[in-house]
Each structure stands twice: as structure tokens, then as C-alpha cells.
Design a protein around this ligand. Sequence first.
Ligand code: ADP
Ligand code: MG
Length: 233
Amino acid sequence: MTPAADPPQSQFAELAELAGGFIHEFKNHLSTVGLNLQLLAEDFGTAETHRERRALERVQRLQHECDRLVEVSNDFLRFARIRDLDLRPTCLRSVIEELVDFFAPSARQANVTLTTYLPADLPLVSLDADLFKQALLNLMLNAEQAMPQGGELIVQACADNGGVRLDLIDTGLGMTADQAAQVFRPFFTTKPGGTGLGLATTRRIAEAHGGTIEVESDPGRGTKFTVRLPGAE
Ligand code: ADP
Ligand code: MG
């Protein structure tokens, strides 16, 4: 028997649109639920009896669940809604520098030393800068979360086959080979509050640019993600 082929792109787009529409609708109702829970929590704000306090606890648990559903829905929409890219010949170095500036306060707070090696003469890449920043931010957040005691994150770029190769190297917890093989699968997560959609989204963004992403990891030592982007025409 031959293995099943990937569905054609148009089928994927149709499914993504369907799922995106569903989540959008779902979020509308969720926001009504959240609003009413908020009002209920306010009603019980001055809980006096044991019964009222227990009711307040339950309402707060529901609020927490509601927040979580909003978070998963937003991550899901970011994953499903990668469609028409606004591609322009771009200097990747300035895009990364902007993002690094944005990320620096968070890194400092987490005791993460952020080092960049970005040559000035990188070839231009054809980029949707906003979308690509989202992909990079996912990688940087993961790196930070993998270094709960702090550590080092290196972001380095170099010219590669007419395009650019970008490495993000952290000194975090690392992963087993088995975990590393699954990280790009939607909903794969090892974090209590994780959605498991960050890397799936990052890979889709890299591929939508005609690029690739790979991971190498060493448990207890750290992890390296490598993104390759083709050069602009
Ligand atoms: P989430 O961050 O919500 O868990 P992601 O798709 O971003 O989802 O990541 C999936 C999983 O991959 C994480 O839960 C973690 O186990 C692993 N992972 C990702 N990046 C790293 C990293 N830099 N170091 C170690 N593990 C990582
Ligand atoms: Mg993540």
C-alpha cells in the first residue's frame, strides 16, 4: 500500500478557513461567558458564608479555564491564518535587531544573556517581516522558558547558499531525541500552561517563506534551532 499523500494546498486552505471561522465564532461566545463570570465574581466579591466563598472559588476556576480557552484559541488562529504573505526584499539583520530590542527586557528579567552575531552584508531575503517576527519570538520565548535559572541565548546569522541561515542557540534544559522529533507537531507540549502551537506555527511561517527549520538538542546542555531562508530574487 502506498502512503497517503499530503492534501493539496487548496484543501488545506479550505480546512484552515473552516477551523479559523469556527474558532472565531467560539471566541465570540467565550467572551460572553467570560464577561458573565466576571460579573458573578464581582457579586461574590464580598463572600461571607462558607457557601459563598466556595461559589467564588468555583467561579474563579471557571474564569481561569476561560482565559486558557482564549489563549489556545488565539494561538490556534495564529497557526491557521497564515495565508497571503506580504513579501518584500528585506534585510534580516534589521528585523532581528528590532525583535532583539523588543525581547531584551524580558531576557534581562529572566537572567538570560542575549548575544547576537549579525554580519552587515547578509543577502536580502524575501520576507513578511511581521509574520517572521512572530516565528522568531516563539523561538526566543521557548529558549527563555527552557532556562528557568537563566543562561545564554545566541542569535547568529550567516549567508548560506544565496540565502540566510539563522541559528538560535540556548544553554537550557535541552530535549531527548524522542521529544526533539515531535516539537513541530501541533499541540505537542511538555509545559503545564503550554499550547504546543508555537513551533508548529513557526515551522509553517518558515515554510511559507520557502524556508526550513531544524532542531538539534542535547539534554541538560541546550538546544539549537536553525532556520534557512532563500535569498530574494
Ligand atoms: P509550548 O511552548 O506551548 O509548549 P511550542 O510548540 O512552542 O509549545 O514548543 C513545544 C515543546 O518543545 C515545548 O513544550 C518544549 O518541550 C519543547 N521545546 C521548544 N523549544 C525548546 C527549547 N529551546 N529547549 C527545550 N525544549 C524546547
Ligand atoms: Mg512555545
